[in-house]
Design a protein around this ligand. Structure first.
Ligand SMILES: [Cu+2]
Length: 123
């Protein structure tokens, strides 16, 4: 292989390796940033009724509908609305949020309410 070709080949190899490293670092950071919090919908309550999540982070809520009929997680304060069929678990991403309490309810069973309580680290 001529020296020019060899140099180009080596440069391409370095570029690929660097790209892969950045991609790996990026996905690790993203994975580290986002935690999953479980929330279950029952006929008479959410479990937990108040879900604690950290401020300033994007978090995933895994919503399980333990009922025999569909439910809808709804929150005007979080601008979220998600139908969860009976017996299924669906993910809902929220945040980053400021510290405080955010109300939500089951729009298909509106008497059932809950809160997302967002706390800053150390609070
Ligand atoms: Cu709704």
């Amino acid at each position: 292989m001529k020296s020019l070709q060899r140099r180009r080949f080596i440069q391409q190899g370095i570029a690929c390796a660097t790209g892969a490293l950045f991609a790996a670092a990026g996905s690790t950071a993203l994975a580290a940033e986002s935690a999953t919090y479980a929330l279950t919908i029952h006929d008479d309550k959410f479990e937990p009724e108040t879900l604690q999540v950290p401020a300033g982070k994007r978090v995933k809520i895994a919503i399980t509908n333990a009922r025999k009929s569909p439910s809808e997680f709804e929150s005007a304060e979080l601008s979220r609305e998600k139908i969860v069929p009976a017996g299924l678990t669906l993910d809902l991403w929220i945040g980053p949020l400021k510290p405080g309490k955010y109300a939500f309810f089951d729009d298909f069973n509106p008497a059932v309410k809950g809160w997302i309580e967002v706390t800053a680290k150390g609070q």
